[in-house]
Write a protein of this length. Structure first.
Length: 257
């Protein structure tokens, strides 16, 4: 074999060695990448399973609450005296006490009914704009936060005042939908009715503390600065819920959610 032949042979051997080494490196990188992807998928699956377990626990808690309320109501109705049959309309007119009933009617009740209607609408708006895509328990949690604020001395004492607090200021709104133009979009009638039905049920007493006394929440894909000052209470759907840590943190209450 000539010198050139030896050189070509050595070069081919070198190229083959380099190619083999490169293939081995690619295989090693691919294996490492596959392991990383598998690890991430396992972690994501574990997180999803934990979130599902948390939501199942909350739903079970709410179901127990409804069961207890149903039993209590049934017992109360069973112990109550039987109601007399309703009087016939013709009998009422003939008895001539219809007009006297109108004379004695307290028309301030109409104002109270109107206020109740406004409160229900404000709660419906909060549920719809903040959580209409959430599971029912997530919508209940948002309503729970609104009512927790109403009950707190730190916030206004009506649903509408709580929901629209700070909405007259560009950066001071407590619920973002009240100042970001969300209410100008067309409403989904089906989801609005679902939100309204739920608001009515909550105001009628069908309520469970699913947020665990939370007064704040935020979407899980953001990380507001105020969250570090609060105690986490629950993660439901795409929302994380918080309550004040102590009286000292109440003094430095965050101004927005």
């Amino acid at each position: 074999m000539t010198r050139n032949g030896h050189a070509d042979h050595d070069m081919n051997w070198t190229l083959r060695s380099l190619l083999a080494a490169g293939l081995l490196s690619v295989c090693a990188v691919a294996t490492a990448y596959s392991a990383t992807v598998s690890s991430r998928r396992a972690a994501a699956a574990a997180d999803a399973e934990a979130a599902l377990a948390e939501q199942a626990s909350l739903v079970a808690e709410f179901a127990r609450y409804l069961k207890d309320e149903t039993v209590a109501t049934r017992d109360a109705l069973g112990a109550a005296p039987r109601l007399k049959p309703a009087r016939d309309t013709a009998e009422l007119i003939a008895s001539n006490d219809l007009l006297s009933g109108l004379e004695d009617f307290d028309f301030t009740e109409l104002t109270i009914a109107k206020l109740d209607s406004e409160e229900r609408k404000c709660l419906t708006q909060a549920i719809y704009y903040e959580s209409r895509s959430e599971p029912k328990v997530g919508q209940l949690a948002v309503a729970d936060v609104v009512l927790n604020r109403v009950a707190s001395p730190l916030y206004p004492n009506s649903i509408c005042e709580v929901v629209f607090q700070g909405s007259d200021r560009r950066t001071g709104c407590q619920f973002s939908f009240t100042c970001d133009g969300a209410m100008q979009a067309r409403v989904n009638k089906r989801k609005w009715k679902e939100s309204d039905d739920l608001a009515g049920a909550v105001l009628a007493g069908i309520r469970a503390p699913v947020s665990r006394r939370a007064t704040h929440y935020h979407a899980s894909y953001v990380n507001p600065q105020w969250a570090d000052q609060m105690t986490p209470t629950a993660t439901i759907g795409t929302h994380k819920f918080y309550k004040f840590k102590s009286r000292t943190t109440v003094a430095a209450a965050p101004t927005a959610m």
